[in-house]
Design a protein around this ligand. Structure first.
Ligand code: IPM
Ligand code: MN
Length: 352
């Protein structure tokens, strides 16, 4: 198969972890007889420095025409403490999500048996955890009208959802639940928010089309609590943009390291795969960042964008083996030998 993949390394540790995912993907392509064409493109602070904007048109063209996008991370400290900055790397991410129509963000949380004691939660709470949060990604408060009034003394961000936006996300949630344990939790704040009441009413109306799926409706504050109490009680959760942003960070540390969790953002035409972690600027160039989340994002890419299940499994097996054998970066080394980003990538590629 010919795979045409846009490669957006971005900022901070992005280029280093992307390099390992490329190495591992190339090893998979060689083993299974595929031909990957990588199309590098600029994004984030790196793109602002080069051409003055974080998601240039040239990058959009490359992403739009690719079969999939593999993304590193964006964000740079020089923008974080400057609320007056006119262009920010994160704007590139939001623009890209909107422009590519990536309305569903798929963020799995699962535990690796060999790392279970690294989790901040007790073993008995997390054993068996295997959940997916499906976050709406192109609507809600992130994209509603925002601004200032009263001479700048009052600020507002509107949260807006259409029924159609809720339906297309919920449909993915029901379908995903059907392929898993057939449990779906709609996370909202319907006791307070009108948009949440639209979410609940829309999902309720869809239940009859998926009679096998057991649907629950829970308030986001309660879910935040239950995620640390009984994460293994969940299967698929669907939620709006901001709730999803918060809950997916919370869920990502359950596995023991944020450096392990991959994600996908999908729409009708395009699909993008990226690690959940950020650009970790302090570690830039030090060869210490954990490349596994990006490598596992490449596994999701083989599986979801190309329906190449064995290829994805080959990557997952190599990662599991590395974890079991202690071929890990310092975040997981626990006082033992820590391998470099590159060395972990080389080991994974060699073990495909
Ligand atoms: C994420 C990030 C982004 C978001 C930021 C960088 C704009 O936190 O992908 O979760 O809030 O969506
Ligand atoms: Mn986030």
């Amino acid at each position: 198969m010919k795979l045409n993949i846009a490669l957006l390394a971005g900022d901070g540790i992005g280029p280093e972890v992307i390099e390992q995912a490329v190495k591992v993907s190339d090893a998979v392509a060689k083993k299974f007889g595929h031909e990957i064409t990588w199309k590098p493109a600029l994004t984030g602070a790196a793109a602002i420095d080069a051409v003055g904007e974080p998601y240039p048109d040239a990058t959009h063209e490359i992403c739009k025409n690719a079969d999939a996008v593999l993304f590193g991370a964006i964000g740079h400290p020089k923008y974080d403490n400057d609320p007056s900055a006119k262009v920010r790397p994160e704007q590139g991410l939001l623009k890209m999500r909107k422009a590519l129509g990536l309305f569903a963000n798929v963020r799995p949380t699962f535990v690796f048996p060999s790392l279970i004691d690294k989790s901040p939660l007790k073993r008995e709470r997390i054993e068996g955890t295997d959940l997916v949060i499906l976050r709406e990604l192109t609507g809600g408060i992130y994209f509603g009208e925002k601004g200032r009034r009263d001479g700048g003394e009052t600020a507002f961000d509107n949260c807006v959802y259409t029924r159609e936006e809720v339906q297309r996300l919920a449909k993915k949630g029901f379908e995903l639940a059907m392929s898993r344990n057939k449990k779906l939790c709609c996370v909202d704040k319907a006791n307070v928010l009108e948009t949440s009441r639209l979410w609940r009413e829309t999902v309720q109306a869809m239940e009859k089309d998926y009679p096998e799926v057991k649907v629950s409706y829970e308030f986001v504050d309660a879910v935040a609590m239950r995620l640390v109490q009984w994460p293994n009680s969940y299967d698929v959760l669907i939620t709006e943009n901001l709730f999803g942003d918060i809950l997916t960070d919370e869920a990502s540390v359950i596995s023991g390291s944020m450096g392990l969790m991959p994600s996908a953002s999908v729409g009708t035409e395009n699909q993008l795969f990226e690690p959940i972690h950020g650009s970790y600027p302090q570690a830039t160039g030090l060869n210490i960042a954990n490349p596994m989340a990006t490598v596992l994002s490449a596994a999701m890419m083989f599986e979801m964008a190309f329906d190449l299940q064995e290829e994805g499994a080959a990557i997952r097996n190599a990662v599991n083996k590395a974890l079991a054998e202690g071929i890990v970066t310092e975040d997981l080394a626990d006082g033992g030998k820590a391998y470099g980003t590159k060395e972990v990538g080389d080991w994974l590629a060699a073990n495909i």
